[in-house]
Design a protein around this ligand. Structure first.
Ligand code: ZN
Length: 267
């Protein structure tokens, strides 16, 4: 297996996770994908680039190198469905639009997939767990920002058009409610963007599993509508001008989560 993740250790109690940013495929997955999937349409495109300022802020950052078409790092290893309606699993069988992801008879074998779990999924989660533990030991608390993006129209997954900023705290279970309120306040301050808290996207496995406010780990997921910084159609080009404005909001959100931590824990 090639490099499965990139990790940067920062200087503040904030870890940013990018589980769907990866573009690599294994030979078995690459060979099996239907033509429509070859361009990796369901990727959280350009997330590392969009958040590249966060390194200077002092955040730790972990990003996937492999595509979610190989294994979805934001799903539990037992593959229990995250949402009641249509969703995709640990080893996606369909595209977001509902069509099969693999050509008939070309789905990677169970043995092949077991190696993805051990060699891709597990190192990512080991990194998350170890870094959150390190932060909590050093600062007394840890903040986790799970960074995602998605096309704003996917009829198979949700009705209508997605708001620009979709904050998820697993209905309040993954972080202090005061923190969620502050983040919503930031979004309200940027009136030309729409936002929602715990709408269609309430936080995936990472937010739900690691968010543990009673033990001073506060996790928030942001599902960002891709139209706020890129072209939503192939070849999924980054739009520098759009991104500049969106990055201002992202910066303010990350500054706010850190300011809240400082205020709440005094360090
Ligand atoms: Zn995602």
């Amino acid at each position: 297996m090639d490099k499965v993740l990139s990790f940067h250790q920062g200087s503040l109690p904030l870890l940013i996770s990018m589980p769907h940013a990866g573009l690599r495929l294994t030979p078995a997955v690459k060979g099996g994908l239907v033509a429509q999937a070859q361009g990796l349409p369901d990727t959280d495109w350009h997330i590392p680039r969009l958040y590249d300022f966060a390194r200077e802020l002092g955040a730790s950052i972990v990003a996937a190198e492999y595509s979610r078409f190989v294994i979805d790092l934001n799903r539990p290893e037992d593959d229990k469905p995250l949402y009641a309606g249509a969703t995709t699993g640990l080893y996606p069988a369909t595209l977001f639009e509902g069509e099969p992801l693999f050509k008939e008879g070309q789905v990677p074998s169970a043995a092949e997939r077991a190696t993805y779990l051990e060699q891709i999924w597990r190192p990512y989660h080991d990194t998350l767990r170890n870094e959150l533990q390190r932060l909590r030991e050093q600062f007394g608390y840890a903040l986790l920002w799970d960074a995602h993006s998605i096309r704003s129209h996917i009829p198979h997954l949700f009705d209508g058009t997605l708001p620009d900023f979709n904050l998820g705290t697993f209905n309040g279970a993954s972080c202090d409610p005061q923190l969620a309120e502050r983040l919503q306040g930031v979004c309200t301050g940027f009136a030309h963007y729409s936002h929602v808290l715990n709408g269609r996207f309430k936080g995936g496995h990472i937010t739900r599993h690691y968010g543990d406010p009673a033990n001073n780990i506060h996790a928030v997921q942001l599902e960002l509508a891709q139209r706020t910084y890129m072209e939503e159609r192939e070849p999924f080009a980054y739009d520098e001008q759009l991104a500049q404005n969106t990055r201002q909001v992202l910066r303010k959100l990350l500054e706010t989560i850190m300011a809240w931590g400082l205020e709440r824990y005094g360090r």
